[in-house]
Design a protein around this ligand. Structure first.
Ligand SMILES: *[C@@H]1O[C@H](CO)[C@@H](O)[C@H](O)[C@H]1NC(C)=O
Ligand SMILES: *[C@@H]1O[C@H](CO)[C@@H](O)[C@H](O)[C@H]1NC(C)=O
Ligand SMILES: *[C@@H]1O[C@H](CO)[C@@H](O)[C@H](O)[C@H]1NC(C)=O
Ligand SMILES: *[C@@H]1O[C@H](CO)[C@@H](O)[C@H](O)[C@H]1NC(C)=O
Ligand SMILES: *[C@@H]1O[C@H](CO)[C@@H](O)[C@H](O)[C@H]1NC(C)=O
Length: 395
């Protein structure tokens, strides 16, 4: 796609100077082509690598503000003097280098609006390492992104206009939906295989809002019926397509859902049945979901394709636990200008989906989904590796 765009520019240069009208025609068509290149970039397809893998890096709660003048929170006294937002930037660079993901997902509170002098500039700096890497990236909103100079809509519009992002403001086919940044992405099988035109892994991104707008309900926002209806319809459509030819499948392709605020069901676990830690709050459920349950977990279970949900929001929780066949996972806090726990490393979550090798020695559909985390320590240590889902053990 990039090659096509470059060649056109080159050919245009050669033909310039024929006459004024010709130049005008060429300029107009060049403009249209650049516009369609950009559009193509936004519609760029994701697919599994030749090695049969697709890897996602989740970055939760960067809380980026003004760069080198924004200090860190909750680091050891010995680390305090030399620590700023630039440490968050350095950590993203290290993670990208260590993992070389196929997609980077930022799950909200990407910027900390209260402390940002200019929301657009904060976002430009926060996402710069992802953009420089040339890896496709997406973002959803948290509850702090809109606290600066831009509204939630303004923040999401800015994100959608950035380079290399596949983020969308909202699904174009839906006229009424709550929030900004509800969309899905399809990940196709390996090129040249029977699954090359089928989405074998489905990614859903939702806006979990900020704070309740209902006076009698305190606390955080929740995923609304309009968003759940969009999710249900999208999931059903993807499942119908997957069950059709070529290579009609019996089971739905696995799905992963990413948003900011955890669901109330995240409170269902203790250390006997999760991997990671829960150290948020004291004497409470240890999670900060909405105070009401809007039923999205039930919607996910009923739809049947989503195997894991990934959120941020609670910076010092980083666990994954499985409830009714769905893994509920945190990434753990990433950003240095976000509250944390001194001496407990900032971290990120990695998910890798692996395809099945078929009898014909080609790649099939998704066989397993694994996850681990990496810490921002000297060796960028990997911890808590676990299998979230595998095809043959169901669930
Ligand atoms: C960390 O350093 C900053 C600036 O040097 C200072 O304002 C802040 O109080 C320090 N915090 C702690 C916990 O030492
Ligand atoms: C932040 O970055 C500085 C400069 O590279 C480094 O000296 C310091 O150790 C980092 N702090 C933390 C907490 O990683
Ligand atoms: C995928 O679509 C392309 C373009 O339409 C087509 O040439 C190719 O044969 C399709 N592959 C399969 C496996 O159906
Ligand atoms: C986890 O274990 C606790 C008991 O230690 C139990 O109360 C809870 O229901 C379990 N949760 C899940 C999701 O299995
Ligand atoms: C919870 O309370 C214990 C005992 O008072 C304290 O040591 C710990 O730091 C508290 N944890 C949090 C996350 O506030």
């Amino acid at each position: 796609m990039m090659i096509t765009c470059k060649r056109f520019v080159f050919e245009t240069k050669l033909k310039m100077g024929i006459d004024a009208l010709m130049v005008l025609v060429l300029l107009v068509s060049l403009f249209c082509l650049v516009a369609s290149c950009e559009e193509e970039q936004q519609n760029q397809k994701l697919r599994f690598d030749e090695n049969g893998e697709f890897k996602i890096l989740q970055v939760a709660d960067m809380h980026y503000a003004n760069g080198k003048t924004t200090l860190c929170l909750d680091v050891l006294p010995s680390q305090n003097a030399s620590c700023t937002d630039l440490n968050t930037t350095a950590f993203i660079h290290r993670m990208i280098l260590a993992e070389k993901p196929n997609l980077i997902v930022f799950t909200g509170d990407n910027i900390f609006g209260f402390d940002s002098a200019d929301s657009a500039k904060s976002m430009d700096a926060a996402f710069a390492p992802a953009i420089e890497s040339n890896i496709p990236w997406v973002a959803v909103l948290g509850n702090h992104d809109q606290e600066g100079s831009l509204s939630r809509e303004g923040v999401m519009k800015h994100i959608v206009g950035m380079k290399n992002t596949l983020s969308k403001l909202n699904p174009p086919e839906v006229h009424i939906i709550d929030g900004f940044g509800n969309y899905n992405l399809e990940v196709e099988g390996v090129e040249g295989t029977g699954f090359e035109n089928k989405s074998v892994l489905n990614l859903y991104f939702l806006d979990s809002g900020d704070y309740s707008k209902v006076l009698s309900i305190p606390g955080y926002d929740w995923i609304k019926p309009s968003q759940q209806l969009w999710f249900e319809r999208t999931s059903a459509k993807l499942q119908r397509e997957y069950k059709k030819g070529p290579l009609p499948q019996k089971e739905p392709a696995p799905g992963l859902a990413y948003f900011h605020i955890p669901l109330p069901e995240y409170a269902a676990f203790d250390s006997s049945n999760f991997t990671g830690v829960k150290q948020e709050g004291n004497g409470t459920a240890g999670i900060s979901s909405a105070s009401v349950n809007s039923g999205f977990f039930t919607t996910l279970v009923s739809a049947g394709d989503v195997k894991a949900v990934f959120t941020g929001h609670d910076h010092i929780n980083d666990f994954c636990g499985k409830l009714t066949g769905i893994n509920l996972c945190y990434a753990g806090g990433f950003g240095y200008h976000a509250y944390g726990k001194a001496g407990w490393s900032r971290r990120a979550r990695v998910v890798v989906a692996s395809l099945e090798k078929t009898e014909k020695d080609t790649w099939g559909d998704v066989k397993s989904i694994k996850t681990w985390k990496r810490l921002d320590d000297e060796h960028i240590t990997g911890i808590d590796g676990q299998v979230l889902w595998s095809k043959n053990s169901g669930g």
